[in-house]
Design a protein around this ligand. Sequence first.
Ligand SMILES: [Zn+2]
Length: 448
Amino acid sequence: MAEYKMPAQWIFVIAAAWGSSLLTSGQTLFYHRLTASLSGILEGIMLPESVIRSLAMKTDSKILLLVMDGLGGFPIFNGQTELEAAQTPNLDALTARSVLGLADPVSPGITPGSGPGHLGIFGYNPLKYEIGRGVLEALGVGLTMTARDVAARGNFVTLDDERQIITDRRAGRIPTEVNQVLCAKLRSAIPRVDGVEIIIEPGREHRFTVLFRGDNLQDRLTDADPQRNGLPPQPTTALDPGSEYASRVINQFIERANAVLKKERPANSVVMRGFAKYPDIPSMTDLFQLRPAAIATYPMYRGLAKLVGMDILATGETIADQIQTLRAHYSQYDFFFFHVKKTDSYGEDGNFEGKVRTIEMVDQAIPDLIQFNPDVLAITGDHSTPSALKAHSWHPVPFLLYSPHCGVDQTQRFTELECARGGLGHIAAADEMVLMLANALKLKKYGA
Ligand SMILES: [Zn+2]
């Protein structure tokens, strides 16, 4: 997507709104409506990369970005959201010293995947850079991609006895150890297809990743996955002539995998989706002059961080492990992405209580994080995952920014409602990075 240029008619509208502020009190309602619709228009405006690149400077200050995946919710239990229902004394105390806002990860009304959601909070325009799920998975399991690769995410699945219908898209969530054995079988049986090298890496439970490595492979491909149980398997189809070769190779691979897995139970077939080549994306060092590191327990988020040039720090499964990792590497970096997954997992399960408990666990860790004394501490999510919807949603995401320079608003708790009346207002998620950099005193003045 081209970088933004303001159309002349919008400048007129802004001028009109400015003029309306001089109106009498009887016209206040009109003014508020106009400015409300204006904020909607302006929200889509992002600072061009060339500008941020020219302003960013390297300093010793440190930024800690805590992401609770799928953080936002809406009222379901006792008329409360998960953030409202949670006991969060530490976040509350921090809120009183911070400034809050609400952020749209992509655009108002758009429900993002975790890929675009994270690109937004990392300061990138998620509409400009498209990252296939396969690429994220590949990076997350530690595969190094080349420009010749098409990456895909795979599931082991269960087909019925006639091999007509997928009865379980997760093959009963087979243990990871079984997955590893099956991947080893596929590796030795199918090292190449039509001259294309096949690289297979098991993930957790029923998930695996494949890199198709060869010349002339393109990724304009439909999913080889009906996405639901009770439907027949489907091949991938090329969406342009350049991708036809890749579609033939992938469909051949699936056929051969079926032959290998025929006698296995319950994992007797595979589906594949998210076919994608590696995107060309500038690093956070290039754009923001940062030395960034990621502390994330789940592969996909480590992959996403790697994609924007973060170093991936080895860490354990718990928040305490992650804090230990932060301590061990705190002097080496000036930007830390600290990712907590479970808020999203519980949201997707419709588990309100589980999401509340996870928020409370994060709250318990806040004093430890503050002890590092980062110049900027930001807390947000990559999108909302309300338990009420059991899915990602389009609702704007709570954002908290603490720094000695942040100014404060009158908010008392870190909740959706309080964020809605926070001093930062309603912003695009990509602007969070600009605010973090500014509050860390890492941005030069714009213009003379
Ligand atoms: Zn997410």
